[in-house]
Design a protein around this ligand. Structure first.
Ligand SMILES: [Zn+2]
Ligand SMILES: [Zn+2]
Length: 326
């Protein structure tokens, strides 16, 4: 039996239609791309990328210089070779509805190893990655004319990754994206933080997938796509810069656990994850959304904005915890 569900607090809907459901084994057949074992992100190929703006090595943060690229690094931040936006774009015109393509587009190479994926990362590697995220977001948000930093990860060709080597991306924008402007309006119209209410409600629901001291991972009630996951700090925190070191470790553990659940129980599914946070908006509640790429938005979704999801989140939560034998 299908049902139309409403988002917790936004005017968004999804159509849960389990009758059309594919079993997870169908997804398991889909293999991630990548037969080549080396690429420009690999250790030893540093001279094939632009100069790194931040190189994390043995607890230090360094910078590449022309003629001397740093080797033996743990993680490396480099400008995108084909940036969507550039810091060299022109001045803002006050009379036009066009903004110059001003901004920054960076790639965070998460490991020198071509083969490694997030579920293989050690505790130390996960917590370093969270620190890199925090440092880079804070840095780009501090720059002149930057209003928002989009931080996300595409993994797998179908999720938009052009290289198989695990990496994240950051795009610093001269405007706050409309999706967050709208969400903030909705939050301000409510008396309580809706995410804090979601946490209270879902902590005891069948949609809870994982929890540690500081974070929960849930399959949202109005799940747009199969195996969608939301990761939320239990405390009301609006921005990654507000997490202390212990909370950053918990954030890393929660991300790794969610992705390990996906890999171990469903298969090598391409996915995107996106950070949602707003600097200087203590009313916002930090969250991270993980969206596996198992289906494509088609005519109905584009026409209505309503997604047909063949995997009820209650069932997805069980699969993601390995609670169903297939
Ligand atoms: Zn590589
Ligand atoms: Zn909250």
């Amino acid at each position: 039996m299908s049902e139309i569900r409403k988002h917790y607090f936004l005017e968004e809907y999804c159509l849960i239609a389990p009758g059309r459901s594919k079993r997870p084994s169908v997804f398991k057949a889909e293999k991630n791309e990548g037969t080549s074992k080396r690429c420009v992100f690999c250790a030893g190929e540093e001279d094939k990328t632009p100069l790194a703006t931040a190189v994390y090595k043995d607890g230090n943060i360094l910078k590449d210089e022309e003629g001397s690229r740093i080797s033996g690094w743990d993680m490396r931040c480099i400008p995108n070779l084909y940036p969507a936006l550039s810091p060299d774009a022109g001045e803002v015109s006050s009379v036009s509805d066009t903004l110059p393509g001003y901004g920054y587009h960076e790639v965070i190479v998460e490991t020198p190893s071509h083969e490694k994926v997030i579920p293989d990362f050690s505790d130390d590697e996960m917590s370093l990655l969270m620190k890199v995220y925090r440092d880079q977001v804070v840095h780009y948000e501090s720059l002149d004319r930057i209003e928002y930093v989009s931080l996300f990860k595409n993994w797998g060709e179908k999720a938009g990754a052009s290289l198989a080597h695990t990496h994240s991306q950051l795009i610093a924008l001269p405007l706050r994206p409309p999706v967050l402007v709208e969400e903030m309006k909705a939050i301000e119209s409510l008396s309580e933080c809706p995410y804090c209410e979601v946490i209270e409600k879902e902590s005891n629901s069948e949609r809870l997938i994982y929890e540690n001291n500081h974070f929960i991972v849930i399959a949202p009630y109005c799940s747009m796509i199969p195996y969608e996951m939301w990761l939320l700090p239990k405390m009301h925190i609006h921005h990654i810069s507000e997490f202390d070191d212990e909370q950053l470790v918990s954030l890393g553990n929660a991300i790794r656990s969610a992705l390990s659940g996906l890999l171990d129980n469903i298969g090598e599914i391409p996915y995107n994850y996106m950070f949602y946070q707003l600097k200087d908006e203590p009313g916002y509640h930090f969250n991270l959304k993980i969206q596996p790429v198992t289906t494509k938005a088609a005519g109905f979704e584009k026409n209505t904005g309503i997604y047909i999801n063949t995997m009820p989140p209650e069932t997805a939560a069980k699969y993601l915890q390995g609670k169903f034998e297939d």
